[in-house]
Design a protein around this ligand. Structure first.
Ligand code: ZN
Length: 84
């Protein structure tokens, strides 16, 4: 990841959300362009009252190339320092 890419991902929009946070995967916490390899099975069910539930099963270990982790951006470190 280049320095320019890193900066772009850390840029905050008007809502105060970084580009990284906007694109962050709900399943593994990283940013990637393909489907999440952590997800083993995803089942959507319709409930009798017309609602919807999503059941997700994860692999215990998984590997996915080209994932950007928060650690690699220094996001966690920055937030810990400025958090208190
Ligand atoms: Zn993911």
């Amino acid at each position: 990841m280049s320095e320019a890419d890193r900066k772009a991902l850390l840029e905050r929009s008007e809502g105060g959300v970084t580009e990284f946070e906007r694109r962050q995967c709900e399943h593994c916490g990283g940013v990637h362009s393909r489907a999440c390899y952590r997800v083993k099975r995803r089942v959507e069910r319709t409930t009798p009252d017309g609602g919807r539930t999503v059941e997700v099963e994860y692999w215990d270990t998984w590997q996915q190339p080209y994932v950007i982790w928060p650690e690699s951006l220094g996001v966690l470190a920055e937030e810990e320092v400025g958090g208190e």
